[in-house]
Design a protein around this ligand. Structure first.
Ligand code: PFF
Length: 455
């Protein structure tokens, strides 16, 4: 079997996993989901989902990975339950689908970085044109996929971990700086209010499953990414504190990104509720334009650079899931597995790339007649992969961990590197949540989502 590699220590794992979690989901997706979900009430439900439901699933995923030192499919086999390896396979499929469209959005981000360097703030109003120009976007997303593949090809500690250790702290500094700056703007506090004062009367079942889907996507759960990363973690490392740091990093960056975004949007009187998925691309350049010809390009460039960094550490983890499978299961050399997979996923992403104006059939791939709304091919893939498959993946992991593998074995595994764990309240909560809370809520939400989407 080809050599697998591993993280050099706990810090390396935390940086890589936080890098996977913090991505376009936090900075691009989160703000428009907040608008869609009705503001602060969504934020609160989202936070509850992260801590109460996702955290136990994260522990289960990482523990399964570390116990077996294998990828998302093989790990179920090694635990003695080959029939359950379909969960891992489903995860790989979700990851491949997510990466196929994620890489396109990451391409927009690189494109916007160049536009900001040139001080072209008009690009916000030309967003529709910009993403319809498939040739240019193709160049950017090719560059992005090559960068991702290059990092993954360097291996776990020499590539993934090393890149995350540089990119994550840089990202934190940029986002804190931009958030503080956004607060100094006149009218910013109206945005902060919208973002922080909840109106629960707007909460519907859609708000809840939107928040849950977002939490799963943002924490990279339900598709075996953390089983795969867990398989590279040392036996002496404390999984609980690692998972706490990863969750906190992800939630804080999403919260900060939201604060910054709404502070900018309200201070500029920008139409925050019309942007949809293009929100940050359509409205933020206007915010940067108003900052003058020196500060505007600097902050604009920093922002989109930040977004590109965040996206890169996530695409790396998305690519690593199928790569680890090919390396472990089929004995492929890492480099070969990386370039093959990256190429395949890139091709799979082309309809998503073309479905933003270039090809009408892909742009209006589905028309929701009742709501009179169209969804592009990319929306369609995103809806299936992130909002549907991830919570179902999470549900299956809970069922597997409690009723097949047994939570006793989970606790035994987590005790490595954390001997007191068995008697802690966290162990009691994680066990309880995996047994009852998560499967019930995830099960109901998954069923509602499927009914809503497909019937
Ligand atoms: N968590 C990433 C984000 O928020 O952008 C997206 C993602 C990465 C989802 C890796 C799933 C995954 F396995």
């Amino acid at each position: 079997m080809a050599a697998r590699g591993g993280f050099s220590n706990k810090f390396g794992f935390i940086m890589a996993a936080a890098g996977s979690a913090v991505g376009l989901g936090n900075i691009w997706k989160f703000p428009f989901e907040v608008v869609d979900g009705g503001g602060a009430a969504f934020v609160i439900i989202y936070l509850l989902c992260c801590f109460l439901l996702c955290f136990p699933v994260m522990i289960a995923e990482v523990a399964i990975g570390r116990k077996t030192n294998l990828n998302a499919v093989e790990s179920f086999k090694k635990l003695g339950f080959p029939r359950w390896s379909f969960i891992g396979l489903m995860g790989i499929i979700s990851g491949v689908l997510i990466l196929s469209f994620y890489n396109v959005v990451a391409g927009w981000t690189i494109g916007f970085t160049f536009q900001m360097i040139q001080g072209n703030f008009e690009i916000g109003q030309q967003f529709g044109h910009f993403i319809a120009d498939w040739k240019t976007i193709m160049i950017y997303s090719t560059v992005f996929m090559i960068a991702t593949a290059y990092i993954v090809a360097q291996g776990v500690s020499g590539g993934i971990e090393k890149a995350s250790k540089i990119l994550m702290p840089t990202l934190l500094v940029i986002i804190i700086g931009l958030t503080l700056y956004s607060f100094t703007q006149e009218g910013a506090m109206n945005g902060v209010e919208y973002y922080l004062i909840p109106d629960f009367s707007k909460v519907t079942i859609q708000t809840i499953y939107g928040a849950l889907g977002q939490a799963f996507f943002s924490l990279s759960l339900g598709m075996g990414a953390l089983i795969t990363y867990g398989s590279y973690v040392g036996k002496k490392d404390n999984l609980i504190s690692s998972a706490v740091y990863i969750t906190l990093a992800d939630v804080s960056i999403a919260t900060l990104a939201g604060l910054m975004m709404f502070a900018f949007l309200f201070s500029q009187n920008l139409p925050y509720d019309e942007g949809g998925a293009g929100l940050i691309y359509t409205v933020l350049p206007g915010a940067f334009a108003s900052m003058g010809s020196t500060l505007g390009p600097i902050l604009g460039t920093l922002f989109f650079l930040l977004l590109s960094f965040a996206a890169l550490t996530s695409t790396v983890s998305l690519l690593e899931v199928p790569v680890a499978y090919l390396v472990d299961t089929f004995g492929l050399r890492r480099k070969r597995a990386v370039w093959l997979t990256a190429g395949g996923i890139y091709l799979l992403g082309i309809p998503s790339l073309l479905g933003n104006g270039a090809v009408p059939e892909l742009t209006e791939f589905i028309t929701y007649v009742g709501a009179n709304k169209a969804a592009s091919f990319m929306d369609f893939v995103e809806g299936i992969a992130s909002n549907t498959m991830l919570p179902i993946g999470g549900f299956l992991i809970c069922i597997f961990t409690t009723y097949v593998w047994n939570t006793k074995n989970l606790v035994e595994e987590v005790k490595n590197g954390n001997p007191e764990f068995a008697n802690s309240w966290i162990a009691s909560y994680v066990t309880f949540a995996l047994k009852y809370l998560c499967p019930i809520i995830l099960g109901v939400i998954s069923i509602v989502t499927i009914l809503d989407k497909f019937l």
